[in-house]
Design a protein around this ligand. Structure first.
Ligand code: GLU
Length: 284
């Protein structure tokens, strides 16, 4: 199934055109169109997290993390070099909206593929599989999984699968507080108002490894879901196939392994090797 260089280049060019058209064009794309224009035409707007170390992180205007590395690789395959990328913050609760209003062209933001989200957006990928887990104080021996959350103060993020799952499956027992981002949850736990933070294990491990949090918290290590990270696309996008090919190439070339290793270095985290790297799904 290997494409010739020409075919790949043609595909990349076609995909680049689609994305460019997407940015400049339709009704909802007003803000996007202007942004592309200002930057001189062929730019791609990519939504990422700004507050998740190791995944999507704003280090004073420099963006780092595994999502960022996958995004850069895919963008390059689609014909966008790094200086043509405009990074846009995509908090959990805003992702579908950012895509449907045309404010971003693609999202790489620990964005789980779900049937509910597929009603409003499309997904390429997955490019990673994480699992929902709990972050607790380092000396906590009581909380060992979602079953031990009765009467505990729990924090998660609005618009995430993490908050939804807790509400649906364990909501009656735990007191759930929702914040705009996981870093806010961790601050609250540092202040003693919260007993546990819940979301994907890789996100929690990255936050726990931050210098400011060193030694304070631990990931329970008992994942209770499968979170398939997809590339969020506007509904009806024609870029899914080209993105899946780019992800497959990144995995085959070893760049995927390099990126996940480099971005989890220093964190107490090992990805699930039975589920990773995943094979991208068929495009709809
Ligand atoms: N992967 C989950 C989700 O897409 C939780 C992480 C997040 O909020 O980004 O909702």
């Amino acid at each position: 199934m290997r494409k010739t260089r020409y075919a790949a280049a043609a595909m990349a060019a076609a995909a680049a055109l689609t994305l460019a058209a997407c940015g400049g064009g339709d009704d909802g794309g007003e803000a996007g169109g202007e942004a592309s224009g200002e930057a001189g035409g062929d730019t791609v707007r990519i939504g990422i997290k700004f507050d998740q170390p190791g995944l999507g992180f704003d280090e004073g205007g420099e963006y780092t993390g595994f999502d960022v590395d996958v995004a850069k690789y895919v963008a390059a395959e689609l014909g966008f070099e790094e200086d043509a990328i405009e990074w846009v913050e995509a908090p959990s609760a805003n992702r579908e909206n950012l895509l449907s209003t045309g404010e971003v062209d693609m999202i790489f933001a620990t964005y789980s593929i779900t049937d509910e989200r597929k009603e409003t957006v499309d997904f390429a990928g997955p490019y990673f599989v994480a699992g929902q887990d709990l972050l607790v104080r380092a000396d906590d021996e009581e909380i060992t999984g979602p079953e031990s959350l009765t009467d505990k103060n729990l924090c998660s993020v609005a618009g995430s699968t993490s908050a939804a799952r807790i509400n649906e499956e364990f909501g009656a027992e735990a007191n759930l507080v929702e914040q705009p981002g996981y870093a806010e949850c961790v601050s609250l736990m540092g202040g003693g108002q919260i007993d546990a933070v819940t979301t994907d294990d890789i996100i929690l491990a990255g936050l726990a490894a931050q210098e400011a949090n060193a030694g304070q918290f631990k990931v329970v290590g008992n994942p209770f879901s499968e979170e398939n990270y997809g590339v969020g696309l506007p509904k009806g996008s024609e870029d899914c196939e080209a993105i899946n090919e780019a992800i497959t190439k990144m995995i085959e070339e070893g760049a995927w392994e390099e990126a996940i290793t480099a971005n989890t270095e220093g964190a107490d985290y090992t990805f699930n090797a039975e589920l990773n790297p995943p094979t991208p799904d068929e495009c709809a």
